[in-house]
Design a binder for this molecule. Sequence first.
Ligand SMILES: Cc1cc2nc3c(=O)[nH]c(=O)nc-3n(C[C@H](O)[C@H](O)[C@H](O)COP(=O)(O)OP(=O)(O)OC[C@H]3O[C@@H](n4cnc5c(N)ncnc54)[C@H](O)[C@@H]3O)c2cc1C
Length: 411
Amino acid sequence: MRQMLILGGGTAGTIMANRLTAALDKSEWQITVVDATDKHYYQPGFLFVPFGTYRLDQIVKPRQRFIPGRVNLIIAGIECISPDKKFVLLSDGRSLPYDCLIVATGAEIHPEQIEGMLDDEWGKSKFDFYTPTGADLLERFLKSWQGGRLVVSIAEMPIKCPVAPLEFLFLADDYFTRRGIRNKVDLHLVTPLSGAFTKATCNRVLSTFLERKGITVTPDFGLARVDNQERKLVAWDESEVPYDLLVSIPTNMGDPAIARSGMGNELNLVPTNKHTLKAEGLDDIFVLGDATNIPASKAGSVTHFQSEILARNILEHVAGRPACASYDGHANCFIESGFGKGLLIDFNYEIEPLTGKFPLPVLGPFTLLGESTMNHLGKMAFRWVYWNILLRGIDMPIGPEMSMSGKQVPE
Ligand SMILES: Cc1cc2nc3c(=O)[nH]c(=O)nc-3n(C[C@H](O)[C@H](O)[C@H](O)COP(=O)(O)OP(=O)(O)OC[C@H]3O[C@@H](n4cnc5c(N)ncnc54)[C@H](O)[C@@H]3O)c2cc1C
């Protein structure tokens, strides 16, 4: 039997296990997935936990449920990969040989990378919402918080779901308004970017939203450390931003196993060809999802688009032909804007988010780069889509390549 080994059973690993089960001959290929835990979290749901919209138990399911029966799921830590000898060493000492390897180990937050972030105040006046524990602790804190200066701080890019910090602020505006204490809360975004978002047109639209909602932005802030005595963020140029409550998006990094394998960049992300999704300079290894260093958004929807391309390339590769299907950087993100509304953006490596309707020209029903109730409903429906369509590797009505139909270039 030839061995198809998938490292990580999160969004990317699960989609690929499903796609390859359908595509690879059962009598020829053994497919194995390795993951450290048996719980699969719907990570986009973390955004809603601090505001009490979801509880943690509503966004987690057993990992096994989404892995096809034919696939061997191993719950164990991954110690390191040996690309030369083509095997993976697990933390329990087992060694797994492979003919083809898919790295889908994702990215996680690393608050310890920022001086002063991880101290006694972590979980008391400084929180994250990118982990189940962080989101849960923040929910408990916010419930009884009586107001002050709430600062959402992005330490450095790239981060998972680059719009999530903005969504957090929009939802906070909504949440404190409902609680009747919005006038006692100052909302701030502190970002290393020169604006609210990475893409210029989208930045313009989102900046208008932030301004309208009374949310201040401090751009170009290179976070150096947290001063816990004075409760302030300090930048490399010594500029400062004070806070009463800090919601941090710390440095996002690939898994330490990537560093132990000598396969990562300075953020433990694997250098990957941005079109073919093949690991640069390594034979028989492909990379998918947040684990790559490609300049696409780190998002589940992106991973799903990538997976269609990757499945084609893997089938070509194992048949001894060149992997030439090309991922165009297509990303599609709903942005919760609060008060039952949302935005939608659709873009790729070359084309910035455009206005128009999606997925059908004129009919939509979703509005691109504009706010609508339907966009909010789309965001809330994404949880169902995630468990029932996306993870199962079922093709969506929209293909992986970005389509220009129904879109207009904004003025
Ligand atoms: C707050 C938040 C909001 C988000 N909102 C959205 C959204 O609205 N829309 C959207 O599309 N995306 C969103 N995302 C991003 C989306 O969740 C990720 O991009 C997606 O999950 C990436 O999939 P992945 O498989 O690459 O990584 P993951 O799903 O994180 O999977 C990686 C897996 O690898 C395993 N693993 C890693 N290292 C090891 C090891 N050494 N040993 C064993 N196992 C290991 C982990 O246990 C994990 O299960 C959001 C993310 C967050 C945090």
